[in-house]
Design a binder for this molecule. Structure first.
Ligand code: ADP
Ligand code: MG
Length: 841
């Protein structure tokens, strides 16, 4: 038997003997993981098994003894399901009839989820199958055998090639962005309704995402908020109980509901006046066909013309007919090692899975593909840039010291280190590719400014891009402060500002000067990306808050120069391992030290009933001439409803609470120009209190703002709260942050306490990662990789796995010229084709 399996069995047996006290291994059983995973890989155990072991043992120490027993037994069962391992164990089955994992006949096994245990030292097993709730990723067994090879088809052909899709339907699908057969296959369901594990209404709990089937008992529509909003309310019942369901501002739903009798609801359970309810769940009439035939049913995005039924049957055809014919670009050997489904299989099961396990395996494979191709592309980019020549820009010590002496402060050590790495990059002879990471307020800008000066000083040009006009203007002001002065060699006319709102005539002038090389440093927004912006000699690109830009935008800017140097900056505190993966093509510098003299923001959690106290604090700060923020969350699922509509609250606060002050209002539905106008007024002190949704996140510097109230704080991640809090405490003034959760949920409020305990963005990010899981830790919007359909760039385990395989292939065959990589080479070429010589990094 393989030693890794032998070891596990030894520990499991010992644990069982000791009554699951987690002492079989010194320091706890999860201690074996780091070395065991390595051994298991050396033993060639399937990745799915390794992952299953890792997932379950990692949390073992937190479990009760009863749960531990169930977990170990379930895990052993899982391991034995692997055919290779099962074969090896078979010969020894007789010798292994003692706990923890007695072998059972299939019938017995079907009857109980938890095998009985004879050992006297162990308590009886729990009734609930805990194992079921622990996800196994990715399962390998229990999947049907791969289909026989089919003749391949051209996936770039029009959808009209599929039987049953005529010109009219092809037109309809186009509106969903589905044009080719490939588009159709990759039109993944929005969700699946699992008809096999529906919840009876009486078993629903607060805060769960569930699917419920019920009968519509009654429907009413009424107006609230003096007619401003319409509520459609339905009472849904199944045999076990009734549930009140509410839809806001969708009165037409009432009519649709009256026509449907039985419906399927999917959404999150919430609480209202002590009762469970659902707000704005997704729903549709029950398609009884699926109740008996398919147990897990895909639900697709639709348009007015395309109904769910037609879509499903079309997708069914596509999955059946097309999926088996696609060519898998991953080499078979890699699929085996990584425990991945074949592409054909994955594309079938992502639409019509046989079980949740196969669905997860399909998602895993397709998400793996996305990250893997991204990683391979990134590696090739790095390779590409390393082969290029970059111009050399020297910034001698005496020169730099003179520049720094103009600053009103000394650089911190961390700033110094970052700057010295940058200076080395600039004389390396290759284009710099550096990521500068540092918490809000850590002083990234001045580091970038010194690099910019080194370029401009030699007569070459720099482009500095920020995500919003207000930030660009702010940088423009501060750069003029930092960069101009005796000895800098620059004058006012060398620095330009180009944003969307710049008057057309002025834009023309600036563009002309850039083309002639008369402006050395241009600071701007997306406006810099326009084709008409041409440089004479662009040698350095700096991108601020880089997570707000896509990879393509970086490329566009880079193309405007001849192998220019690149510096990107971010305040998003991503743990280092993750940063390396996402920015695999970049060298990273971290500013992990705050400038001296900063007073940490004092943070408090207030109960909703203590809101008045918060207002009093705001009053007293405003009286001192300081400024304040009040932040309201967006409901994530829909941007049309805000938990406490910032708009309404703004009116109320202005009239009833702060009548003597001027209040500004900022929310996501305003245009960029409107937002900028509001921010500018606030920064200039024309408004004293800014009521805002979370759109205020990005690096705006208003040192005079000293207090922030965050309403509905439980809705935010710690990392996001930290970003918000970073808007205050930016000067020498003492600042306060008050978190007001929308409810008194003890667990949530416990989580918020981390905000009181630390001001360190990295620590908070890591806690967030632990508590909420990687998927939630950064929104997709933040990652800058909106190209990803299924994968989350923050699913660390997936990202690392994909990265490992990408590196392996790249190391073995960087040109992808081996026959087993032919399909992969083709695919990468297709994906990056339009980029061709362009930079995608
Ligand atoms: P961020 O890293 O968030 O972009 P900034 O570059 O905007 O931070 O810096 C925040 C503030 O700290 C600015 O007002 C800047 O002038 C100031 N600052 C930067 N470095 C130092 C330093 N070494 N000592 C004191 N203040 C500094
Ligand atoms: Mg900044």
């Amino acid at each position: 038997m393989k030693t890794s399996i032998q070891k596990l069995r030894k520990y499991f047996r010992l644990e069982a003997k000791r009554g699951y006290d987690n002492e079989a291994v010194m320091g706890g059983i999860d201690n074996i993981l780091p070395s065991w995973e390595g051994e298991a890989r050396a033993d060639n155990l399937p990745e799915s098994v390794i992952q299953a072991v890792a997932t379950r043992l990692r949390d073992y120490h937190r479990l009760s003894k009863e749960s531990r027993q169930v977990v170990l037994q379930g895990l052993w069962k899982r391991i034995k399901r692997d055919p290779a391992i099962a074969a090896e164990l078979k010969g020894e089955a007789d010798a292994y009839k003692t706990p923890p994992t007695p072998d059972m006949s299939p019938q017995q096994e079907a009857k109980r989820t938890v095998p009985p245990v004879k050992s006297a030292t162990t308590p009886p097993p729990e009734k609930k199958p805990i194992v079921e709730s622990i996800s196994v990723s990715p399962p390998q067994k229990a999947l049907p055998a791969p289909p026989a090879p089919h003749p391949t088809i051209d996936l770039q052909a029009s959808v009209a090639q599929l039987k049953g899709i005529g010109p009219k339907r092809a037109e309809d699908l186009k509106r969903l962005g589905i044009i080719t057969l490939r588009d159709l296959l990759y039109n993944f369901p929005r969700r699946h309704d699992d008809y096999s594990s529906l919840k009876p209404i009486k078993d629903l709990r607060y805060g769960e995402n569930v699917t419920v089937i019920g009968t519509v008992k009654s429907v009413t529509v009424r107006s609230v908020r003096s007619g401003k909003m319409k509520l459609a309310e339905a009472i849904i019942s199944d045999k076990s109980g009734v549930l009140r369901v509410t839809w806001f501002n969708q009165p037409w739903i009432a009519k649709q509901l009256q026509q449907a009798r039985q419906i399927v609801l999917a959404g999150k359970t919430e609480q209202y006046l002590g009762r469970l309810t659902m707000n704005n769940p997704e729903w549709e009439p029950l398609d009884t066909k699926f109740l008996h035939t398919n147990r897990i049913v895909p639900v697709y995005s639709l348009t007015k013309e395309v109904g769910q039924r037609w879509m499903r049957s079309t997708m069914h055809k596509a999955a059946k007919k097309l999926a088996p014919q696609v060519i898998d670009s991953l080499p078979a050997e890699m699929l085996r090692q990584a425990g991945l489904l074949s592409l054909s299989m994955a594309l079938q099961h992502i639409h019509f899975p046989e079980s949740l396990e196969t669905l997860n395996a399909a998602k895993h494979r397709l998400a793996f593909d996305e990250i893997f191709t991204l990683q391979l592309g990134v590696l090739r980019q790095k390779h590409f840039w390393q082969g290029k020549t970059g111009r050399i820009f020297k910034s001698p010590n005496y020169w730099l010291a003179a520049q720094l002496s103009r600053l009103p402060f000394a650089l911190t050590d961390a700033q110094r280190n970052a700057l010295s790495s940058i200076r080395n990059d600039l004389i390396s002879g290759h284009p710099m590719n550096r990521l500068l990471q540092g918490d809000v307020g850590s002083g990234k800008t001045v580091v970038a400014a010194m690099a910019m000066l080194a370029i401009a000083h030699h007569g070459s040009q720099v482009a500095f891009m920020a995500p919003t006009s207000i930030l660009a203007e702010q940088h423009y002001e501060s750069m003029r402060h930092v960069l101009l002065g005796p000895g800098s060699g620059l004058s006012k006319k060398d620095i330009g500002l180009l944003v969307g709102a710049t008057p057309e005539a002025e834009k023309q002038t600036i563009k002309a000067k850039l083309a002639k090389g008369e402006i050395k440093i241009v600071i701007g927004t997306h406006a810099l990306l326009e084709d008409s912006v041409i440089f004479k000699d662009l040698q350095l690109i700096v991108i601020d808050e880089q997570h707000r830009f896509g990879v393509k935008q970086r490329g566009t800017l880079r193309q405007k120069g001849d192998n220019p140097h690149l510096l990107v900056m971010t305040a998003t505190p991503i743990p280092r391992s993750l940063a390396l993966t996402i920015y695999g093509d970049l060298n990273a510098s971290v500013i992990d030290e705050m400038p001296p003299g900063r007073q940490p923001v004092e943070t408090y959690i207030l109960y909703p009933s203590e809101r008045e106290r918060g207002y009093r604090l705001v009053h007293s700060e405003l009286e001192k001439g300081h400024q304040a923020f009040i932040i309201y969350p967006l409901v994530e699922e829909s941007d049309s409803i805000e938990e406490k509509a910032a708009v309404d609250e703004h009116d109320r606060l202005q009239k009833e609470i702060f009548p003597q002050y001027k209040l500004g209002l900022l929310h996501g539905r305003m245009s960029g120009n409107e937002k900028d106008a509001v921010m500018t007024k606030f920064r200039n002190g024309e408004t004293q209190l800014l009521v805002s949704t979370s759109v205020v996140e990005v690096g705006v510097d208003v040192p005079n703002a000293t207090v922030m109230i965050i309403e509905g704080a439980q809705r935010f991640g710690l990392a996001q709260l930290h970003q918000l809090r970073g808007r205050i405490g930016r000067g020498a003034l003492k600042s306060y942050c008050l978190l007001i959760p929308g409810n008194t949920d003890a667990v949530e409020n416990e989580r918020l306490k981390a905000m009181i305990e630390t001001n360190d963005g990295f620590k908070l990010a890591e806690r967030d990662l632990k508590q909420r899981g990687p998927g939630q830790f950064l929104g997709a919007r933040q990652s800058g990789y909106s190209e990803l359909q299924l994968a989350s760039i923050t699913d660390i385990r997936l990202v690392e796995k994909a990265r490992k395989y990408a590196q392996e292939i790249f190391a073995k065959d960087p040109e992808l010229s081996r026959p087993e990589h032919a399909a992969l080479a083709n695919r990468i070429k297709n994906i990056w084709h339009e980029e061709d010589s362009k930079d995608i990094s």
